[in-house]
Design a protein. Structure first.
Length: 447
């Protein structure tokens, strides 16, 4: 299997460097600052020999590839101002997905909906002390957020008016199962430029097994009808499909093509690593099989992109964009830093996945963000504090992995993540060599 070869090739040999060949040449990825270099055969061989002898760090320094000051230190991030919030406007759902992190919407408790006053207080927290020209982000999640449609809409209007008054740029997002969407929702999301994510896990047979209504009836047909008005607009709004990959998924390329054909602006895959019920979780062998499918999707992306076609495979677009930027980060995301989740009752958590989970508590709207809890979180979750991350070349691209997953499950996905990043580095090198300037042409606006 190609996946096994990728996993083997991507195993850490040096904490400061990753070396690979792409078919377009030989390359060195320097971990500090996520910098990628093309090497001639002699330089590549010499550097590889140094790595094999355990002298990779010295060889990087000798080649002048070390910066005087490292891009990332071991000091944790100081608690930053909040610039993004997700509101659990409905801790309730009409579907009965066995693997849902929200435990069928209620996060382990009785169903509840966020009052408008709580939602407005969340907006006030988000916009507090923001200056003219700053950017903030407001997301609606659940459960199923459209269970509480009236509050979602009223909060959007309140936030838009307040942000406009302060000169703040405000982006909106919603993640929905799609079953409750109607024509008026499509118009509302279009008017306010929402990024809409539809949770859609397969074509009818597979999706209906994984994401049925609570009575057991399949939901795919209902969703496909409901999202049609939304997909037909997509001028200000952009609609993405998010697929949770389980051991039942067998053909990711066919699914990707099918969803792109339905008109989604982008399509992304995410493995099921942490299910509250233990059902549908991916094993290491499942993840290797997923990697095989992801590489097939990536190869299709490479072919289509070289041919000048738009092929919105979100996973590779995101990876290529981060490689191009030289993304390097000590955390996997903004959770517990500039991004927090708000429960229906107004409590604050590290992100939407930690709602009502004490391990991610960050204060409340009534008492404000608890900076001590936040500082402790940022210290403990820094990638340098994670094991075995400190010896991994991919640590500043990965950031140590999703906090929610790594805190509740062992790191079974490391081989998958490294194998995928190894492939993406190779794809970046091939695409750059094939068509210089291609990254100015690729549509990466919402991947």
């Amino acid at each position: 299997m190609r996946a096994e070869a990728l996993i083997l090739a991507s195993r850490p040999a040096c904490a400061d460097l990753h070396m690979f060949e792409s078919g377009a040449g030989a390359h060195a990825f320097v971990v500090d600052g996520s910098r990628l270099y093309d090497l001639d055969a002699a330089a590549f061989a010499a550097l590889r020999e140094a790595v094999e002898e355990g002298a990779g760090k010295e060889a990087i320094a000798a080649a002048g590839l070390f910066r005087q000051r490292p891009a990332i230190g071991d000091a944790p991030l100081a608690p930053p101002p909040v610039h993004a919030l997700s509101l659990a406007v409905a801790q309730a759902c009409n579907l009965g997905c066995a693997y849902c992190y929200a435990r069928e919407g209620g996060f382990g408790g009785a169903p509840k909906s966020m009052p408008l006053e709580t939602a407005k207080a969340s907006v006030d927290l988000l916009l507090a002390n923001k200056r003219d020209g700053e950017r903030v982000h407001l997301a609606f999640m659940g459960g199923e957020p459209l269970v509480n449609r009236d509050v979602l809409r009223a909060t959007t209007l309140y936030a838009a008016e307040r942000a406009s008054r302060f000169g703040v740029h405000l982006g909106f997002a919603v993640t929905t199962n799609g079953t409750l969407l109607d024509e008026s929702d499509a118009e509302f999301f279009e008017t306010h430029g929402f990024a809409v994510t539809i949770s859609l896990d397969g074509l009818p047979d597979l999706h209906d097994k994984l994401r049925p209504f609570k009575g057991g009836r399949g939901s795919f047909e209902r969703i496909s009808r409901a999202i049609a008005p939304l997909l037909s607009r997509q001028r200000r709004a952009q609609v993405s499909a998010r697929v949770t990959v389980t051991p039942k998924h067998e053909n990711l390329p066919a699914l990707l093509d099918a969803f792109i054909g339905m008109g989604f602006h982008s399509v992304g895959f995410s493995p099921m690593l942490n299910s509250p019920t233990g059902r549908e979780e991916m094993s290491r062998s499942d993840l290797a099989r997923m990697l095989e499918g992801m590489v097939d999707c990536g190869a299709a992306f490479e072919r289509r992109t070289v041919a000048g076609e738009r092929y919105p495979f979100a996973n590779i677009l995101q990876a290529l964009r981060e490689i191009r930027r030289g993304t390097h980060r000590p955390y996997p995301c903004g959770a517990g830093a500039g991004y927090l989740g708000v429960s229906a009752t107004g409590d604050l958590f590290a992100c939407h996945r930690f709602v009502d989970d004490p391990s991610g508590a960050m204060g409340s709207l009534k008492t404000d963000v608890d900076r001590n809890l936040q500082a402790t979180w940022l210290a403990e979750r820094h990638v340098s504090r994670q094991s075995p991350c400190s010896g991994c070349w991919a640590r500043y691209l990965c950031g140590g992995g999703c906090h929610h997953e790594t805190l509740t499950r062992e790191r079974r996905a490391c081989d998958y993540i490294r194998g995928w990043l190894h492939y993406c580095l190779s794809a970046y090198a091939r695409l750059t060599a094939t068509r210089p300037g291609i990254f100015e042409e690729i549509h990466t606006e919402s991947a």
